[in-house]
Design a protein around this ligand. Sequence first.
Ligand code: GTP
Ligand code: ZN
Length: 341
Amino acid sequence: MTLTYSDLGWSNFFQSQQDADADLTPYRISAVHRDKLTGLSPDGEIQLLPDRLTGEFAVGDWVLANAADQVCERLERQTELSRRAAGTDAREQLIAANVDVLFITTSCNADFNLARLERYLALAHQSGCYPVVVLTKADVCEDASVYRKQAESLAASLTVLTLDAKNPDDVTQLLAWVKPSQTATLVGSSGVGKTTLTNGLTGSKDAVRDIREDDSKGRHTTTARYLRRMVNGGWLIDTPGMRALRIKDADEGVEEVFSDLMEIAQGCRFNDCSHSGEPGCAVTAAVKEGTLELARVERWQKLHRDEERNTETLVQSRRRDKGFGKMIKSMKRDHKGRKGY
Ligand SMILES: Nc1nc2c(ncn2[C@@H]2O[C@H](COP(=O)(O)OP(=O)(O)OP(=O)(O)O)[C@@H](O)[C@H]2O)c(=O)[nH]1
Ligand SMILES: [Zn+2]
């Protein structure tokens, strides 16, 4: 089947950026390798040579390439999903670009956690993706509506679907939220059913199709294929990094998820009120009156702290680790002292 540019997700937003370079060919990036990119166009899939480090490209990106298959330009992204790299490394890692819908996946069991849902919702708002909450394993839980109602309480008009990911009829519910040529991705903890959903959405048995290719030294390496076509003509981005995201620079996203709380906080006496007992705190007052749930305030405080921590620079995180190390050392010293050693 031949795909058109429109089938691949090309739109006026990208067209307007191409106008100046009409002689270059657009490609949608379907995989990012160490020193190459795989690009899709109506002519099929080709390997492209990047004009900069491949780490600056993400699956889902649109690029313009010349007749020698060299990338000359990366087009501005409509949305961008990134995460903070693991460890004390504060670098930002790009995960996916031009994603329309974020399927936030959790199951109707112990994995269900409002704080985690709020974190993913903040990420969706920050990146510009439309969030859809997917509650799996509804078939093995007594009353899935209990979970659905809790999730729905997080935001007005939040879409929450409950389903059995193994039932193909149930999975079609998700398709209704991704139009042909739009792009979606799944996030959520391990074991909640992302692979099962991916199989249902793409109609394939294996969630990840491995391809063999030659690396620069002529060796064969196996790479996971990331941009996958869904049965309704939509696209699904599946990358390992996509699955567990730590949010970074998501101040605005967090504020949007807690907009009700932010509004109340405008009434606090101090601009920098931490809502933990300061005089004239409107948030504390609302909790006392019963119009705001204390648990929600606490979840906001934790998410806000986590977000700040993930956003801090490398220098800051090293300093914090150093300070923490010193504190542990001095605590140990004090402890020994007390024991009379
Ligand atoms: N009964 C039932 N089982 C499910 C459902 N969704 C997933 N499972 C099962 O749960 C197990 C884990 O599902 P996966 O799809 O592998 O989960 P995952 O999120 O991809 O996990 P990772 O690959 O570790 O990220 C499998 O045995 C699935 O068959 C569901 O809605 N109902
Ligand atoms: Zn306050």
